[in-house]
Write a protein that binds this ligand. Structure first.
Ligand SMILES: [Fe+2]
Length: 381
């Protein structure tokens, strides 16, 4: 068996109403000044739940400027704010964009490194600032992962920063924080989480330690996503989604994603298709291409998602893809690239961009050549 290293937050707190414990952890960490990166919609809730400020000896500042996938400029702006505020801790409370921003701000605060110097693997020297992440969507798993994805203004490309320094000290996953998420966002972020689990389980570097999380994540998400979309207040469905998302996130560090994410990235950077939606469109098509590369694993995924076992593993595995396609339709998610105005003549440039993301393509269970990528995009058109 191959060696695997897991780097999870020192403390992971999971469960409904666990949000109430988070401020205690800040106090235990001895913090006096924290900057909370969040979204405007959450400000009233946070201000009421964290009042009176100072009750735990804390001074809190909020930044709610992150409205979409973060750029280098966003990070530098919040770094300046954190520096002038004298923040001892950075807390991200929001979706993946907010958490990714909080993570990189915490890692660079007080240091001399610039963003372009840390893009890639293991390039952040150290993090001296406390970092906590509280997801409000069940999707990215960023609260436990070593990844932060930023948009580089030079080429508009999505750049991945992967470092153990980006794993938070504390992750608090309270499913009740996801109750107010609109159906469309619940659906797209949930599909992102499902994609993490599928790409981890079928990964060339898959490992029994992550397999158990990935497969259970597939079962939980496939069984609860539709319910969470249709009935946002269903705490059981929200809890299953949060758990599935956490499990997917726990796979991101050790094995990471593969061709679905690699082919989806240019759709985000060039056409601004949100991350969960671009993954949703590409997922069934990449799975069909990948089937011969990892048939047994795709069969197991299908069974975990509720497919009936057939005598031919390929038939069972195909049933799994059909379950996902039905889930996408049930959740009113997009199925074609053409819905975003993408035309056949633009596919060559998408292929060119996707092939640059070898850090993920190398994980795919079947080699992705330029020809294969082109066929997959054409199938999704
Ligand atoms: Fe993702």
């Amino acid at each position: 068996m191959e060696i695997i290293t897991l780097r999870n937050p020192a403390r992971i707190v999971f469960g409904p109403k666990s949000f109430n414990l988070f401020i205690d952890d800040c106090a235990v960490a001895g913090l006096k000044r924290i900057l909370i990166v969040t979204i405007p919609e959450l400000l009233p809730l946070l201000e009421s739940r964290l009042e009176p400020p100072g009750s735990a000896g804390l001074t809190i500042r909020f930044d709610s400027s992150i409205r979409q996938e973060p750029s280098y400029d966003d990070v530098y702006r919040i770094l300046d704010e954190a520096d002038s505020f004298g923040a001892e801790g950075i807390v991200g409370i929001g979706g993946g964009s907010v958490l990714d921003t909080a993570k990189i701000v915490a890692a660079l605060l007080g240091g001399t490194q610039k963003i372009h110097e840390v893009v890639g693997n293991n390039l952040i020297h150290q993090r001296s600032c406390y970092l906590a992440c509280l997801p409000t969507t069940s999707g990215t798993g960023s609260e436990v992962s070593p990844n932060s994805i930023l948009i580089d203004p030079v080429d508009s490309g999505k750049k991945g920063i992967i470092s153990p320094q980006l794993v938070p000290d504390y992750a608090c996953i309270d499913p009740e924080l996801t109750v107010g998420v609109p159906p469309a966002v619940t659906a797209s972020t949930g599909m992102d989480a499902l994609t993490h689990c599928i790409e981890a389980y079928t990964n060339r570097f898959a490992h029994p330690v992550t397999d158990i999380h990935a497969l259970e994540g597939c079962r939980l998400i496939a069984g609860s996503l539709k319910r969470a979309v249709e009935r946002g207040g269903d705490i059981e469905a929200r809890t299953h989604m949060a758990l599935g998302s956490l499990y997917g996130g726990m796979c991101l560090g050790p094995v990471n994603t593969a061709a679905v994410h690699a082919l989806a990235y240019p759709l985000g950077s060039v056409y601004r298709i949100p991350h969960g939606l671009s993954n949703t469109i590409m997922l069934p098509h990449v799975m069909r291409y990948n089937l011969p590369g990892s048939l047994k694993k795709y069969e197991q995924i299908a069974l975990a998602m509720g497919a009936e076992k057939r005598s031919d593993p390929a038939e069972t595995a195909l049933e799994g893809i059909k379950i996902i396609e039905q889930l996408i339709r049930d959740c009113n998610l997009p199925v074609h690239l053409s819905e975003y105005g993408i035309r056949e003549q633009e596919i060559d440039s998408l292929v060119e961009e996707a092939l640059k993301i070898q850090r993920l393509l190398k994980n795919n269970p079947r080699e992705i050549t330029a020809g294969a990528a082109r066929e997959i995009y054409l199938g999704a058109l």
